[in-house]
Design a protein around this ligand. Structure first.
Ligand code: PLP
Length: 448
C-alpha cells in the first residue's frame, strides 16, 4: 500500500477517501476534455510544499513582507523560464488563473467602457474575451467576431468590425477552435486601427512551446496563458509582454505588474509559482517537443477516424489538440446526451456549441474533445483509432433520443436519459473496453 496520503489519511480520512476515488476516476477513464491534463509528480510535489505558508505581496526584490529570500529565487526562476519558453522580454507569473490574468490585461490597457474585441463565446472564444455575463462584457464595450460556416475565423468580418469600432484591445485565441490562430492576420488588423493585440494561448501554450503551433511573439503585444492545460503545470496563469509590445508601449510590463498586484490580487500563491517553474522546466526539455507533436498527431488520427466513421467535425479536421463534433446530422441539441452517454462509458468530454448552432447554448449540438491528457498517458495513433470507433458507436447509439421542443420537457428528458445510460448495453460494452485500455496505460503508478 502506498503512503502518499499518509498524513491526510490519519488526519481526515473523509477527504483522503475522496482524493483516492478521484484518482481512480482519472486512472480508469479516458480524459478527453481538451483543457485538462495530468501534471507530473514533480509538479504535484512542488504544489504540495511548505511554500504555501508564505506571504510575498509585491515582486522579487520589492516585497511588502520579510523573509522572501528563497521565494524571490523561486519566482525569478519561473519568470526566466517563461521568458525563455515563449521568447519574450517580460513575464508575470502571479495570476491565480487564466481569468484574472486576462482581467489584468484589461486593467493595464483599457479604461472602463473602452471598446474591446474578441472571438464570440458561441464561436469558440472565451468568456473573458468580451462575453456579456463576464466582467469583460460588463465593464467594457464589447465587439465580437465570429467563425464562418466552414468553422474558420471570419477575418473579413473581424477587419470590418475593427475599422468600425476602433477597439483599444483585441484578443486572438480561443477555447474551442481547432485551427491555428491567425496571429499574423490579426496583427495587421490591430496595426491598421492602432489597437493593442493580446494572444490568449491558454489552450495551445504547450503546442507553442513544443514548436507545433505558430509562435505569437513576433505578432502580438501581449501573451496570456493558463499553465494547467497543454502546458501540463499547476492551475495558474502568466501574462507576458513581447518585444513588439514594449515597442508599442515601453511601460506595458510595469502596467501589467501593477494590474496584477495591487490592482487585482494580494499575495501570490508561491507553491503554484514553484510548480509553474517546474512545469516550464519540463516544457523546455527536448522530450516535450515529442509530446507536443504526438498530441497533434493523435488529434489528427482521432479526427480522421471519426470522420471515416461518419461523425461530422467542425472545419472537417484539426490543426491542434482538439476538435468539435457536429452532431446536427443526428438531430439538434444532442451534445448533452452524447456527453452523458460517453461519461457512462468513462470517456469524459464536454458538450459545446458549434458555429451557428440551431439549438440553445445550454443544449448545444456539439461535443468538444481532445488529446492532451491521453497523450500524457502514452497513447498513440492505434489507441486513437480504437477510441474513435467507440465514440462513433456511442454517438450512433444515441441517435434516437431527441431534444424536446418544449423547454420544461427538456430537463426531464435529460434526467431520464441520464438514468437510462447505466442500463445501456452499448455503453457497458465500451466501458469494459475503456477500462482494459486504461490498464495498459497506467497513470501515476508510483502512487499505487
Ligand atoms: C481556460 C481559458 C481561460 C481561463 O482559465 P481559467 O483558469 O479557467 O480562469 C482563459 N482563456 C482561454 C482561451 C481559456 O481557454
Amino acid at each position: 500500500m502506498d503512503d502518499w496520503l499518509e498524513h491526510l489519511q490519519k488526519a481526515d480520512s473523509a477527504v483522503a477517501e475522496l482524493v483516492r476515488k478521484e484518482l481512480d476516476r482519472q486512472e480508469y477513464g479516458l480524459e478527453m476534455i481538451p483543457s485538462e491534463n495530468y501534471a507530473s509528480l514533480a509538479v504535484l510535489e512542488a504544489m504540495g510544499t511548505i511554500l504555501t505558508n508564505k506571504y510575498s505581496e509585491g515582486y522579487p526584490g520589492r516585497r511588502y513582507y520579510a523573509g522572501n529570500k528563497f521565494i524571490d529565487q523561486v519566482e525569478n526562476l519561473a519568470i526566466e523560464r517563461a521568458k525563455k519558453a515563449f521568447g519574450v522580454p517580460y513575464a508575470n507569473v502571479q495570476p491565480y488563473s487564466g481569468t484574472p490574468a486576462n482581467q489584468a490585461v484589461y486593467m493595464a490597457v483599457c479604461n472602463l467602457g473602452d471598446v474591446v474585441m474578441g472571438q464570440g463565446l458561441l464561436d469558440g472564444g472565451h468568456l473573458t474575451h468580451g462575453w456579456g455575463t463576464s466582467f469583460s462584457g460588463i465593464n467594457y464595450k464589447s465587439v465580437q467576431y465570429h467563425v464562418k460556416a466552414d468553422g474558420y475565423i471570419d477575418l473579413e468580418e473581424a477587419r470590418k468590425l475593427a475599422k468600425e469600432n476602433r477597439p483599444r484591445l483585441m484578443w486572438v485565441g480561443a477555447s474551442a477552435y481547432s485551427r491555428e490562430y491567425p496571429f499574423e492576420e490579426f496583427s495587421k488588423i490591430a496595426e491598421e486601427v492602432g489597437a493593442c493585440l493580446a494572444a490568449d494561448v491558454a489552450h495551445v501554450a504547450g503546442l507553442i512551446v513544443g514548436g507545433v503551433h505558430k509562435d505569437p511573439a513576433p505578432y502580438v503585444h501581449i501573451i496570456t496563458t493558463t499553465t494547467h492545460k497543454t502546458l501540463r503545470g499547476p492551475r495558474g496563469a502568466m501574462v507576458m509582454v513581447t518585444k513588439r509590445g514594449l515597442e508599442h508601449d515601453p511601460d506595458l510590463g510595469a502596467k501589467i505588474d501593477k494590474a496584477v498586484f495591487p490592482g487585482l490580487q494580494g499575495g501570490p500563491h508561491d507553491q503554484t509559482t514553484a510548480a509553474i517553474a517546474v512545469a516550464l522546466g519540463e516544457a523546455l526539455k527536448p522530450e516535450f517537443k515529442g509530446y507536443a507533436r504526438q498530441v497533434v498527431q493523435n488529434a489528427k488520427a482521432l479526427a480522421q477516424r471519426l470522420v471515416g466513421n461518419g461523425v461530422k467535425i467542425v472545419s472537417n479536421g484539426t490543426d491542434n489538440h482538439l476538435m468539435l463534433l457536429d452532431l446536427t446530422p443526428f438531430g439538434k441539441g444532442k451534445g448533452v446526451f452524447v456527453q452523458d452517454a460517453l461519461e457512462g462509458a468513462a470517456i469524459t468530454v464536454n458538450k459545446n456549441t458549434i458555429p451557428a448552432d440551431p439549438a440553445p447554448p445550454f443544449y448545444p449540438s456539439g461535443v468538444r474533445l481532445g488529446t492532451p491528457a491521453l497523450t500524457t498517458r502514452g497513447m498513440k495513433e492505434p489507441e486513437m483509432g480504437l477510441i474513435a470507433d467507440w465514440i462513433a458507436d456511442i454517438v450512433k447509439d444515441s441517435k434516437d433520443i431527441m431534444l424536446p421542443e418544449d423547454k420544461l420537457e427538456r430537463r426531464s428528458a435529460v434526467k431520464a436519459f441520464r438514468s437510462s445510460v447505466g442500463k445501456n448495453p452499448k455503453v457497458a460494452e465500451v466501458k469494459g473496453q475503456v477500462t482494459d485500455l486504461c490498464k495498459r496505460f497506467p497513470l501515476y503508478p508510483e502512487l499505487r
